[in-house]
Ligand binder design. Structure first.
Ligand code: DON
Length: 304
């Protein structure tokens, strides 16, 4: 497959969409990003790397962080994790509070904010220093020793986090958070604030694409079956109330973030990360979705 030419063609083909959508500004620090950036990187399971555009520039991974956090929580809790968080698509926004109240504090899935907070609580009770352990894991998976948190982004999010604080308090009320609410929010915002570029993200996601030893090398034990299930949850829940649309247009398990990143995998073939900060009304990158739709159409490689 000539991924090099395909990525270059995608780069040209997405240009007409470059003014669609809006950068996330509910986290004040994120509003400062240049909206016109676009980068994409694809890693094959044979170790080849193809990239175009701003693929070496780091951005805020935001909700993509939830995939790595879930991998860590699954490795320590296994199936017992699912007594505290569901695995059904929510069909609601990532920060919706509605279902959480009706469903007595059990979040629909680990990728909506409520679910990720339960996962953060699990990490806090499972590791001596979860923030360090999380970063260590990401550095090993991505092969970049200087992947870091952006404290300013984490603090900026906390200052305006009225809805997320309500979600955390609702979870605590229903006894689905063991730790202090502020401690859970702190770890949740910190993990969201990690900055990576498309090259690093694609490399980190390769562990989900080849079902191999890559997680073990990064210090996390996951069985093939657990990796398969993690991918299944990305497929059904990775794009919130646009999970059906992403599945329909792209046909890959993936995860988006409000920083404009999307990472996805084609099992036993490749991982891919794309970044463009302008988001659609569901909080997913406009050009990112378009680029991945073109990728699976041009390569004829998707899970369907
Ligand atoms: O909690 C938030 O709102 C952000 N830290 C993460 C949201 C996000 O990335 C949703 N993804 N599309």
């Amino acid at each position: 497959m000539d991924y090099n030419t395909i990525l270059k063609d995608i780069f040209t083909a997405v240009k007409p969409f470059s003014h669609e959508g809006k950068v996330a500004d509910y986290i004040p620090e994120l509003a400062k990003v240049d909206p016109d950036k676009f980068g994409i990187c694809l890693n094959t399971i044979d170790g080849d790397v193809y990239a175009v555009g701003d693929s070496a520039e780091r951005f805020s991974i935001q909700s993509i962080s939830k995939v790595f956090a879930l991998a860590m929580a699954l490795s320590v809790k296994g199936e017992t994790l699912w007594s505290r968080v569901g695995k059904e698509p929510s069909g609601t926004a990532f920060n919706s509070l509605v279902q959480l109240e009706v469903e007595h504090g059990i979040p629909r899935n680990p990728f909506i904010n409520a679910g990720a907070m339960v996962v953060a609580d699990i990490l806090l009770t499972s590791f001596d220093n979860p923030a360090d352990k999380y970063l260590e894991f990401l550095r090993a998976l991505s092969g970049s020793k200087d992947v870091c948190y952006n404290e300013q982004v984490a603090l900026s999010e906390r200052e305006t986090a009225y809805l997320n604080a309500a979600i955390a308090n609702m979870l605590k009320y229903h006894r689905n958070i063991e730790c202090d609410v502020e401690e859970v929010l702190r770890l949740y915002f910190l993990t969201c604030s990690v900055e990576m570029n498309c090259r690093e993200l694609a490399k980190a996601f390769l562990a989900l694409a080849d079902h191999d030893e890559l997680f073990r090398y990064a210090g996390i034990e996951l069985t093939r079956s657990q990796i398969k299930r993690l991918n299944a949850i990305m497929q059904t829940c990775g794009f919130y109330d646009e999970a059906g649309e992403f599945s329909y247009l792209v046909g890959l398990p993936g995860k988006s973030g409000v920083g404009g990143g999307i990472a996805a995998i084609c099992p036993m073939r490749y991982s891919v990360a794309v970044w463009s900060p302008r988001l659609n009304c569901k909080g997913n990158s406009v050009m990112g979705m378009k680029a991945l739709e073109l990728l699976t159409t041009m390569t004829n490689e998707s899970i369907f």
